[in-house]
Ligand binder design. Structure first.
Ligand code: S3P
Length: 432
């Protein structure tokens, strides 16, 4: 596949999709397993560029990570205090989760390290993690008055627990603090304005680390060691399933079975909103994958109605807004998305980019400071669009294209960040 793809419209999608492993949980499984005393095998790990950034950073810190022919990873660390000073700069690539979570974990270690990333990651705000971590005693500096990467971390004199009221709901910031808090000399209390994804808290419990929850606060005591499971099974990523949920809904006569989708309630905003818009989504075969709930999902095409998406639900669907914008173009009436200003600091400014690119298909979206206004239904035309090197933009534009008049998508290979097989799966599901 070159770095562009031409997609024709399709009349129908049908089939079964095994949803690839959750990106957030894949990162966390590798980081926590790296602190264990025993080898931990991670199954259904997401083999995508972002998660490999985490694997490569952990390897550079002295952790052995082997892959078997089924794709499972076995992580052999050197215990809770066993990370080594890396010999070179750690590269987080495009991955905000790698950089922010490792800033918390590595800032609490007795060594020096530097972290960098690609052009997009070096534009994303790092002050949001540096501020609370500095309060904990960590020594972190970065470019432009410590607002951006590269970041340099040196040994802290001591790591102290803090009480921190988070200004934005961000699981990456929360997780960076939680990881540093494991090494502190007193408890840490984190209060979130709205609940963000809680995979770190659940993964901590899997590793025997107690977490107390009280209203909007999480309380964590330092630990001197962790207990580790021999095996972690990563559920499928609902953020990847979201593209199929929308595609099957807006392309007439479609039906898809999505197998092994994580349905953690801090992530299911997309299902709630699509259902409120009129989508035909059935959740079946609910079960547990460790401490994470999973299910299979049947989605059939349906007529959608516009809706107002309020700020309170945004953290539960923060990565799904580009594909929701596509859904809104096919819905009857107005969709208003509010309180989504965080999208401006993702892999690209997603509010601006989705408006710009869908406008090329002759769709009319209004970009507001904190969201979008979309009047539907709209007739889209064939267009040449670019992904802005953003995986979720690429997949959203692909679905808009196949549901309308086709699309030529430039910089399409960025899907490797979270869903390397996306276009292969798409071709298999097309029924024409
Ligand atoms: C993530 C948290 C979210 C999300 C990102 C993954 C995580 O970012 O957008 O794709 O794994 O913790 P924020 O913490 O910036 O909201």
């Amino acid at each position: 596949m070159g770095n562009y793809i031409s997609l024709k419209p399709t009349t129908k999608l049908s089939g079964i999709v095994n949803i690839p492993g959750d990106k957030s949980i894949s990162h966390r499984s590798i980081m926590l397993a790296s602190l264990a005393d025993i080898p931990v095998t991670v199954t259904n790990f997401l083999h995508a560029a972002d998660c490999w950034s985490t694997v490569n950073c952990m390897r550079a810190l002295g952790v052995t990570i082997d892959q078997n022919k089924e794709g499972d990873l076995t992580v052999t660390g050197n215990g809770f205090y066993g990370l080594n000073e890396p010999c070179d700069v750690l590269d987080a690539g495009n991955s905000g989760t790698t950089m922010r979570l490792l800033t918390g974990l590595l800032g609490a270690q007795p060594f020096f390290c530097i972290m960098t990333g690609d052009a997009s990651l070096k534009k994303r705000p790092m002050g949001r993690v540096i501020a609370p971590l500095t309060k904990m005693g960590l020594n972190i500096i970065g470019r432009e008055q410590s607002r951006y990467a590269p970041l340099a971390l040196t040994e802290a004199e001591q790591v102290t627990g803090i009480e921190y009221d988070m200004p934005v709901a961000s699981a990456q910031v929360k997780s960076a603090i939680l990881l540093a808090a494991l090494y502190a000399n007193s408890p840490t209390v984190i209060t979130e304005p709205m609940p963000s994804r809680d995979h770190t808290e659940r993964m901590f419990e899997t590793f025997g680390i107690p977490i107390k929850r009280s209203g909007k606060s999480i309380i964590i005591d330092p630990v001197g060691q962790i207990w580790a499971p021999e095996r972690i099974n990563v559920p499928g990523d609902i953020s990847s399933a979201a593209f199929w949920l929308v595609a099957a809904t807006i392309i007439p006569n479609s039906q898809l079975l999505l197998v092994n989708v994580g349905i953690n309630p801090t992530r299911t905003g997309i299902i709630d909103i699509l259902k409120l818009m009129g989508a035909d989504i059935t959740i079946t075969n609910e079960r547990w994958s460790g401490r994470e709930p999973v299910a299979d999902i049947i989605v059939r095409s349906a007529n959608l109605t516009g809706i107002t998406i309020e700020p309170e639900i945004i953290p539960r669907l923060v990565d799904e807004i580009p594909i929701l914008a596509v859904a809104a173009l096919f819905a009857e009436g107005q969709t208003v998305i509010k309180g989504a200003e965080e999208l401006r600091v993702k892999e690209t400014d997603r509010l601006k980019a989705i408006t710009l690119e869908l406008n090329k298909m002759e769709a009319h979206l209004v970009e507001t400071t904190d969201g979008l206004i979309i009047n539907g239904p709209q007739k889209l035309s064939f267009a040449k669009c670019i992904s802005h090197h953003d995986h979720r933009m690429a997949m959203s534009l692909a679905i808009a294209g196949i549901a309308a008049q086709g699309v030529e998508l430039v910089e399409s290979d960025c899907v490797k960040i979270s869903y390397p097989d996306f276009f292969t799966v798409l071709e298999k599901l097309k029924q024409d």
